[in-house]
Design a protein. Structure first.
Length: 168
């Protein structure tokens, strides 16, 4: 009897803990830095490679290989298109063009570098980020912004995918 209870408790603990181990983490991170000397925003995004390839397939019905050996220029164009459709920045009430610079792989994450040029002063900063929301409702996009030497963070979700920062 005692042995049966111990085995049951051990099995129960295993199944409870395994739920936490196998639960996937749905998050991307965007770091935005304003460099006034260059009159530009420098943007770095960090997105899980499998999530990015999955969302591109779901949206465009094309298999991509971002971050893989067989990646090609069409894959990168599709990624750039997707980012431009889902990540938007407005400075002082005006939408800004986001330019793709380059990308690199860091483990199972694709790190992309972008910039926005010709920005002399930021009073109001608005961001909209719906990246990966059409893939998973639990997706969270974290925005870290360093604007005019003021660091702020936004947590964007499918219910709250826009944020505004007032800058000194």
């Amino acid at each position: 009897m005692k042995k049966g209870v111990v085995i049951t408790i051990c099995c129960l603990l295993f199944f409870i803990n395994s739920g936490f181990v196998f639960h996937k983490f749905y998050v991307s991170i965007f770091q935005i830095n304003f460099v006034p000397q260059k009159k530009m925003l420098q943007i770095t995004s960090r997105i899980f490679i499998d999530d990015l390839n999955d969302v591109l397939f779901k949206k465009y019905k094309l298999k991509t290989h971002i971050g893989e050996v067989n990646e090609n220029s069409n894959d990168l164009e599709l990624m750039d298109t997707y980012i431009h459709e889902n990540f938007k920045i407005k400075i002082n009430g005006i939408f800004k063009t986001i330019n793709y610079v380059q990308k690199e792989r860091d483990g199972n994450v694709i790190v992309c570098y972008f910039n926005c040029k010709e920005i002399s002063k930021i009073k109001v900063f608005e961001v909209q980020n719906t990246c990966l929301f059409d893939l998973n409702a639990e997706q969270q996009n974290i925005i870290h912004a360093n604007l005019n030497e003021t660091k702020q963070t936004l947590l964007l979700t499918s219910e709250n995918f826009k944020g505004m920062l007032k800058v000194n």
